[in-house]
Design a protein around this ligand. Structure first.
Ligand SMILES: [Zn+2]
Length: 212
């Protein structure tokens, strides 16, 4: 059999399977790896059931998040996800990682032994391993800052930099707007003055620290 029949992922998976369970248990939490393939115009995630078990979150919740973040339609189907369109597994993995960072991992001890608890309108992530808790900062709830619905030139907004754009600028999203902010990096919370708006694209510069 020619060597190039094995791809890197396959080899990696095989190596992981050979690891004894005890060793895996004592390591840092391993983020589950998305296994997917494309069939026609559908992308199928084959191990969604396993992923949901590993991170102990409802399939519906995870799916809702992924659909929103990937901007596509899709449904679950017996432990799999069927996404509309061709989506690379790397991209799905990225969004899953984001979900886990936000809704699963304790920010104090990095363990996944956490629960989501509703306290009034706020959802709290409680860690059973170390007792820490933190609020989940939802993107869709805008009731605290209704003024951010429309981004206007000259306006000042508290922004959370979610990503890095192709040019290396920090990127925030507010409603349908994508806002590029020079000199910021993923995870920053900043106060930004909007210099320019073009359609749903906006460009701004940092004028201070954001309120958290
Ligand atoms: Zn913890």
């Amino acid at each position: 059999m020619p060597e190039d029949d094995y791809d890197y992922d396959e080899l990696l998976q095989r190596a992981r399977k050979d690891l004894p369970d005890e060793i895996a248990d004592h390591e840092r939490f391993q983020i589950p790896e998305v296994e997917s393939f494309q069939e026609g115009n559908t992308t199928i995630v084959t191990n969604f059931g396993d992923i949901s078990n590993m991170i102990d979150r409802e399939q519906d919740e995870i799916l809702k998040y992924l659909l929103r973040e990937l901007g596509t339609a899709g449904e679950k189907d017996e432990g799999r996800i069927l996404f509309k369109g061709k989506i690379g597994s790397k991209k799905i993995q990225e969004k899953l990682d984001d979900y886990i960072g936000k809704y699963v991992l304790c920010s104090e001890c990095d363990r996944p032994d956490t629960r989501l608890v509703k306290e009034g309108r706020i959802t709290i992530l409680r860690c059973d391993a170390c007792g820490a808790h933190r609020p989940i900062k939802g993107r869709k709830k805008k009731e605290k800052r209704p003024s951010v619905e429309k981004i206007e030139e000259g306006g000042i907004y508290d922004l959370f930099i979610q990503d890095i754009g192709r040019e290396g600028d920090g990127m925030a999203r507010v409603g349908s707007y994508t806002i590029y902010v020079t000199g910021t990096t993923k995870g920053d919370r900043v106060k930004v003055r909007i210099e320019h708006v073009k359609g749903t694209l906006a460009f701004g510069s940092v004028v201070g620290k954001g309120s958290t």
